[in-house]
Design a protein around this ligand. Structure first.
Ligand SMILES: [Zn+2]
Length: 198
């Protein structure tokens, strides 16, 4: 179980990090079945950030419209709050949770919906992209976990269990920075181990 938050760490800490900006850019693609996981190790601290289209986790992307859908959101949130169910870390690393947070953006159009009707269609290349999603609602979930690990050297792999709990997730794009070693990998349910670079 995650202990109750004893103190609140401002999110600006994460938002200001360049890694976070990278994540946002990449997720603009918003491909259902795919998600991003960023891992940053800094000393004994490890931060994991998971960003996924909601469809991968609850099967829809609109705001919950009934109790059944709300229950799906609630149980997914509950699942995501406990990193021990999602990530298998070597016990020798002795990692302890410091905080976790789950944000759900049921983003219905982001203010783009009106200008198609009122502007002439001409040289506006920018319209092409969202015409294809006309009427569709997309939303994403972002979960963050911050851990402190006593024996960072023992942290040589992370087994990702997200696929087991969220079968609609097919590909997880991982970007990790372990001390000075960057790692980029795409995981699947058959290949779900993040191996720390030697
Ligand atoms: Zn979507």
């Amino acid at each position: 179980m995650i202990p109750k938050l004893k103190f609140l760490v401002p999110f600006s800490f994460l938002c200001a990090a360049p890694v976070f900006a990278e994540t946002e850019r990449q997720l603009d693609a918003h491909n259902h079945g795919e998600a991003m996981l960023n891992i940053v190790m800094d000393g004994k601290l490890m931060e994991l950030t998971f960003i996924s289209p909601s469809a991968n986790l609850i099967g829809f992307e609109h705001k919950p419209k009934n109790q059944e859908q709300q229950a799906k959101v609630d149980s997914a949130k509950e699942m995501l709050a406990d990193y021990t169910k999602l990530f298998g870390l070597p016990s020798q690393a002795a990692c302890k949770p410091i905080k976790s947070a789950v944000h759900w953006t049921f983003d219905e159009g982001s203010g783009h919906e009106e200008h198609d009707e009122h502007e002439e269609h001409g040289d506006h290349d920018e319209h092409e992209e969202h015409d294809e999603h006309e009427g569709a609602v997309h939303s994403e979930l972002e979960a963050e976990w911050r851990l402190a690990c006593e024996k960072v050297d023992a942290l040589n792999s992370i087994e990702v269990q997200l696929f087991k709990h969220f079968p609609a997730l097919e590909k997880l794009h991982v970007e990790a920075i372990f001390a000075d070693s960057p790692l980029a990998a795409t995981l699947t349910s058959d290949d779900n181990l993040i191996k720390r670079p030697k």
